[in-house]
Ligand binder design. Structure first.
Ligand code: CRA
Length: 828
């Protein structure tokens, strides 16, 4: 090669250590120097760790270059504050984003390594509950891919979401020990730590300019230490930062105690400090021991803001332009204390006056609401706040006082409205409404799907919308096609690339539109079906090993995978299954499409009804799968421990995706997008993002049923009487009765009674009201599946029309409409 010629891709790989031989050498070096092993004696974990370090090393140069460039250009930076980041395994995702999966596979082959087993060995960091945490992870991927400078800030939980095992049909929880074999993706930063106070009292003093000021004298201080994880963009040189905080006791604290001979006191203080980042709280839990949760929220918010202030002071030397440097996004109310903490830092620590500090805070923060469920709208008792965060309580009172003055000007003589909008809820004990704090202290408020944003504006935030209509935005959620197609479903990715002629779709998902023209092509359809069947076979094998039951890939795979919750209505699907069972028993020749129903999802440990639903899935499965009269037609299986890793096995294998929540309850949903991208058809209600998915894929390519959100509202307003529905529908009644009869519980007529009684007498999520529509719609599904060309066409069209639901589009929306940030390209 002469100096002026452009290097070939292979030459470029060699230079950057991305070619096969370099990978092999680096791999063996890492195995030797970092693990102290040679190939013959290495454990699977050693082999995995060496692979992870080899890949991470290849990201580091880009990471440093990104950080340097962002600093030099003083680029506006998104700070995504989230109590959850549900990342999923890193190794394969990073290989895909680096574009070296095939090279790595070839290198592995030459070293006679089992590539799949190494990938499989990774413990996923489950630092989130479900949709909200996974959304944060998708957004980190898209921010890097779109080359937007961004830092994700959160908590480095020592224990993430529990592992689920099924014992005798029941969910049982096991502690998630994801860190036990080490985490090669993070870099600890012992010198990057910040003090965070709790408790104590405040006092007034006069500063050197004669101004009255407040200071807070906490009774306890912990340190937050940074752990950094690089987040690679796809096909770009940008690598962003995920910075998670771990709580520790300050050293000085220990020493003090040691000096006065209080050894156990010192140990206790250390334990108390470390408890803060110990464990992720599962959501959907009844109120309990939540002081620690408030501590977690304050802890990570304070560390993150102190870190941003440090960066800005290093760079600009002043905080006057903090809000121009940073766009802070509050992922739900969990980080909403940022509003009060930023005010405190600016006023008490950096001696700014209220007006200036408020101006900065209000322009720096933006708030996303993710739910309308009343039980999930966070409030904290004033009493608890006073005890843990006395200074913040004062600041919140003052924010509220000024805010309510504004409300009174805006809505003259409307004290009822003032009470509704107040940050302090005076109705049952005094509580702080965190969503109100976030809305008042933010420049923008957004919902996560069109319907959700409309409901937000017309219900829970209606008063705020009337006061500040321009503050409200919709940003429909999205998911990353890198993880959810390229990583999860490589066969499909290859087929799409072949059919489209290149892999541009991975960066611009709208390119999938090209597939539309070929949707009728029988050649493509055949390949499409082969890809689906292969994924179904993989899943069947996996389930066979885990559950002892191997589904038949020739049956329709009907999948519902998500957290177990009554509003998501897994029990509606169960009623349908029981109904089908009865149909077959009554008439073994009934014309049905053979199906395998696959459920997956965790129930909150304290949510009894959700756990009973899991038991019912397994109980129904046990009877049906062992009944030779129906088992050719109908099978039911529960996939244990649904998480990101297992989800990646599920999305490619689904024919039908169940998105059947009661309309108005699912803010967006994101599983709906993952399934549809992988060619599953959806059966669903007009809820959350389903509405937009249906509009995109075409109404003929979506199985719609059920009451709409306004109809639900009306039904409930009229006084919904489920027992009338139950008595008025013979088939529904017999399905409910069969569950209550003890047939699925070895004769025990009490076991499922809480569930059946609840349906008959209360049914808060209108399961019975939607039953008939659902069953009728499932009949259409049955018929459609029996026309393979028709089905394949619909499946291809679903994938082809999913461009809108890439998280790249969501991030583009945030960047333009909410944050005002621009890309800072780093060359790969
Ligand atoms: N539980 C919503 O319920 C939504 C995600 C992400 C949720 C989902 O419909 O897709 O957020 N809400 O926007 C939530 O966590 C606190 O509220 C979720 O994951």
């Amino acid at each position: 090669m002469n100096d002026t010629a452009k290097p070939t891709a292979e030459q470029q790989r060699t230079r950057t250590g991305l070619d096969k031989d370099a990978l092999k050498r680096a791999y063996l070096d890492n195995l030797f120097y970092l693990r102290g092993r040679f190939l013959e004696v290495a454990t699977t974990n050693d082999l995995y760790m060496a692979a992870a370090y080899t890949v991470r090393d290849r990201m580091l140069a880009r990471w440093i270059k990104s950080a340097q460039t962002y600093k030099d250009t003083n680029a506006r930076t998104v700070c995504y504050l989230s109590a959850e980041f549900l990342l999923g395994p890193h190794l394969l995702n990073n290989l895909v984003n680096l574009g070296i999966t095939d090279t790595a596979r070839a290198a592995g082959e030459e070293l006679e390594l089992d590539f799949e087993a190494i990938v499989e060995a990774e413990e996923e960091p489950g630092l989130g509950n479900g949709g909200l945490g996974r959304l944060a992870a998708c957004y980190m991927d898209s921010l890097a891919t779109l080359q937007i400078p961004a830092i994700g800030y959160g908590i480095r939980y020592e224990f993430g979401i529990f592992d689920q095992v099924i014992v005798d049909g029941w969910q049982s929880e096991r502690g998630d020990t994801w860190l036990k074999s080490g985490n090669p993706w993070e870099i600890p930063r012992p010198k990057l730590s910040f003090p965070v106070g709790f408790g104590g009292h405040t006092e007034q003093y006069t500063d050197e300019h004669g101004a009255l000021r407040m200071r807070w004298l906490p009774s306890m201080v912990v340190n937050g230490m940074a752990y950094d994880t690089p987040i690679m963009g796809y096909g770009v040189g940008n690598v962003n930062l995920l910075r998670l905080w771990k709580s520790e006791a300050p050293e000085s604290f220990d020493f003090q105690a040691f000096n006065v001979g209080d050894y156990y006191g010192a140990v206790h203080a250390k334990m108390e400090a470390e408890t803060i980042s110990k464990v992720l709280y599962p959501n959907d839990e009844p109120e309990a021991g939540k002081a620690l949760r408030l501590k977690q929220q304050y802890f990570f918010v304070s560390c993150s803001l102190q870190d941003m202030i440090r960066l800005e002071l290093n760079n600009a030397g002043t905080l006057a332009h903090f809000h121009e440097k940073f766009a802070v996004q509050l992922n739900d109310t969990h980080p909403s204390l940022a509003v009060a903490e930023l005010m405190r830092l600016l006023m008490d620590e950096y001696l700014m006056d209220w007006t200036r500090a408020w101006e900065i805070t209000r322009n720096a923060c933006h708030f996303t609401n993710h739910t309308l469920l009343p039980e999930a709208l966070e409030t904290w008792s004033v009493h608890l706040f006073e005890r843990l965060l006395p200074r913040h309580l004062q600041i919140i009172y003052e924010i509220n006082r000024r805010f309510l003055d504004e409300v009174r000007v805006h809505f003259f003589a409307d004290e009822a409205r003032v009470a509704r909008m107040s940050i302090i809820d005076e109705s049952f004990g005094r509580r702080i409404r965190m969503a109100h704090l976030a809305a008042v202290g933010s420049k923008a408020v957004n919902g996560v799907a069109a319907l959700h944003t409309d409901l937000l504006k017309s219900t829970v935030m209606h008063d705020f919308y009337e006061m500040w209509p321009e503050k409200f935005h919709n940003v429909t959620n999205g998911v990353t096609p890198r993880r959810f197609i390229a990583v999860s479903n490589p066969r499909l990715a290859r087929l799409i690339t072949e059919a489209c002629g290149d892999d541009r779709w991975l960066r611009d998902l709208a390119c999938l539109k090209q597939l539309e023209e070929q949707a009728e092509d029988h050649g493509l359809q055949a390949q499409w079906r082969q890809v689906k069947t292969a994924a179904k076979q993989d899943l069947a094998n996996w389930l066979g090993e885990r559950t002892g039951f191997t589904p038949d890939p020739q049956t329709l795979f009907d999948v519902q995978a998500k957290r177990i919750h009554e509003y998501k209505r897994q029990h509606l699907s169960l009623l349908h299954i029981v109904w089908l069972y009865e149909q077959i028993k009554q008439n073994p020749n009934v014309e049905l499409t053979p199906r395998t129903f696959i459920f997956g999802g965790k129930a909150a440990p304290g949510y009894f009804m959700a756990k009973l639903i899991i038991k019912l899935v397994n109980a129904v499965g046990e009877v049906i799968n062992n009944d030779p009269q129906v088992s050719g037609m109908l099978r039911v299986v529960f996939m244990p421990d649904f998480n990101v890793k297992n989800g990646q096995r599920l999305y490619p294998a689904a024919d039908l995706s169940e998105q059947i929540s009661m309309a108005g309850k699912e803010a967006s949903g994101t599983g709906n997008m993952k399934f549809s991208m992988n060619g599953a058809l959806t059966i669903g209600t007009l809820d959350g993002a389903n509405v937009e998915i249906r509009d995109e894929v075409g109404h003929d390519n979506f199985f719609l049923f059920g009451l709409t959100a306004p109809e639900v509202h009306q039904r409930q307003a009229e006084g919904y009487r489920p027992w009338e529905v139950y008595h008025g529908n013979e088939q529904l009644k017999s399905a409910v009765d069969l569950i209550a009869s003890g047939l699925f519980s070895h004769g025990d007529t009490e076991l499922f009674r809480p569930l059946t009684d609840n349906l008959i007498h209360s049914d808060p999520f209108l399961v019975l009201a939607d039953f008939q529509a659902y069953v009728d719609c499932q009949r259409q599904v049955d018929r459609a599946y029996r026309a393979p060309h028709h089905w394949d066409r619909m499946s291809i069209l679903n994938t082809a029309r999913m461009g809108k639901f890439s998280s790249d589009r969501s991030i583009q929306d945030y960047a333009e409409r909410i944050w005002g940030v621009a890309p800072v390209p780093i060359e790969a």
